[in-house]
Design a protein around this ligand. Structure first.
Ligand SMILES: [Zn+2]
Length: 151
């Protein structure tokens, strides 16, 4: 069976690291929500190696800081869903006390201060997904963005 994380999803890719890969999620119920995915087959986070967990910490911390700088959420939820994927993965869910907007699209967080809603679905136009990914990458890798502007 084809595994979506092994095949990869270049359109959604934020950054691939040695042990983990960060993707934007199609469901943007919380503006900027990302998923951090282990690159190999091991669905149990607690069965990852020390090296993998160290990188996981640094990658997740960096992405939290990037999301803070890009969209200004007030807090975050983190979730390890036990779904059928063969790869351990953690959702990073930025939480917003106020309505926020990106590229003309308004985002609400009606349950701010409570557990995130795993069933709320917000999908965007392809153009907005592209701009979201560009924005996150530009904040994550300012040197790349600068190089592009200078070109
Ligand atoms: Zn796989």
């Amino acid at each position: 069976m084809e595994c979506k994380f092994c095949v990869g999803a270049p359109a959604w890719l934020i950054k691939r690291y040695k042990f983990w890969t960060v993707y934007l999620q199609k469901n943007q119920s919380y503006l900027g929500r990302l998923v951090v995915v282990l690159n190999r087959h091991q669905s149990d986070f607690f069965s990852t190696t020390d090296e993998e967990r160290i990188e996981f910490y640094h990658v997740s911390y960096k992405m939290r800081e990037v999301l803070k700088a890009a969209f200004g959420p007030q807090s975050f939820d983190y979730a390890f869903p036990s779904t059928k994927e063969a790869h351990a993965h953690m959702l990073i869910l930025p939480r917003y006390a106020q309505r926020t907007s990106f590229n003309g699209v308004a985002f609400e967080d009606p349950q701010y201060g409570k557990h995130y809603d795993p069933y709320r679905e917000v999908t965007l136009s392809n153009d907005v997904y592209t701009k979201l990914i560009e924005k996150i990458k530009a904040v994550a890798e300012p040197s790349l963005e600068k190089a592009r502007i200078l070109k």
